[in-house]
Design a protein around this ligand. Structure first.
Ligand code: HEC
Ligand code: HEC
Length: 225
């Protein structure tokens, strides 16, 4: 059943053997994931490890904003589970227990983050960390146009565009936990490293506070139609 669901719904982009080279893939940025390499961007597991079933299901059910990955609400739970198992048959990495790891436990957001008037100091510190660590790629104005952009490639050799962090619909989501998770676990296959060690937990929450203040410029369309 997994193969059937895949051939009907996924092959056109992800390709027959999961090489990301389906008919519609041409010119897409980012490209459809190559399941044959089994490197995944949307993980709750540590960097370099395979994602959980739930991670894969979330991508399939909800799609990924600002990419061509659609959401599939019409598939039954059985069909989604089957297509997840099919994806796993496309790379030998899934047959090695050493590639599996449990989700990384993440702390709850600190109480101050949701209290009006208590974030100002953290936002200032977060902005300073941002200018130092993130601006070379994401740009001083967080528009995704930092000086390093031209050289950035992903693992698959395609241009890797740093996110415009002002957009309301980020691929990983915009909730504080979503941002904290990306900062802590990184995005495999892309130059977006993990900051779980380089930055303290406090520094990561300060960055989340700062990112929460960003808004799209008035002239730009508010969201993807
Ligand atoms: C119209 C094209 C298109 C179709 C159809 C499509 N995908 Fe995708 N898919 C993409 C693109 C593009 C990405 C890359 C998104 C990114 O890099 O952020 C993606 C990413 C994914 C990922 C994320 C992997 C990761 O890195 O964490 C999964 C899982 C996935 N697709 C599964 C499926 C399944 C299962 C189907 C069919 C039920 C499907 N896709 C159909 C275009 C498509
Ligand atoms: C070496 C370049 C580089 C640096 C440094 C960098 N990023 Fe990124 N970042 C990227 C790229 C490239 C992506 C897009 C990856 C993808 O999905 O293809 C990204 C994605 C992200 C995302 C996810 C966006 C989404 O749509 O979900 C967030 C959030 C983010 N970066 C925040 C930061 C913050 C905060 C810092 C500093 C601590 C930082 N990045 C440092 C290159 C970088």
């Amino acid at each position: 059943m997994g193969r059937f669901v895949y051939e009907r719904n996924c092959l056109v982009c992800h390709g027959r053997w999961g090489d990301g080279d389906g008919e519609l893939a041409k010119g897409m940025i980012p490209k459809p994931r190559k399941f044959s390499t089994a490197i995944f961007k949307y993980r709750s597991t540590p960097p370099g490890f395979l994602p959980t079933n739930e991670d894969l299901v979330r991508t399939i059910r909800s799609g990924r904003a600002n990419t061509s990955m659609p959401y599939f609400t019409q598939l039954s739970d059985r069909e989604v589970r089957a297509v997840v198992e099919f994806i796993k048959s496309l790379s030998p990495k899934w047959r090695k227990p050493a590639n599996y790891a449990a989700p990384v436990p993440l702390p709850e957001p600190p109480a101050w983050l949701s209290k009006e008037g208590e974030t100002a100091a953290a936002v200032v510190k977060g902005k300073a960390t941002y200018s130092l660590v993130c601006a070379t790629c994401h740009g001083e104005h967080a528009d995704g146009k930092g000086p390093a952009v031209a050289e950035l490639k992903d693992t698959w050799g395609d241009p890797a565009k740093p996110a415009d962090l002002r957009t309301p619909a980020l691929r990983h989501g915009r909730a504080p936990m979503d941002l904290f998770r990306v900062l802590t676990l990184g995005i495999d296959g892309t130059p977006m490293a993990t900051f779980g060690e380089a930055l303290s937990e406090q520094q990561r929450w300060e960055l989340v506070a700062f990112l929460g203040t960003l808004k799209p410029p008035a002239s730009a369309p508010a969201a993807r139609p």
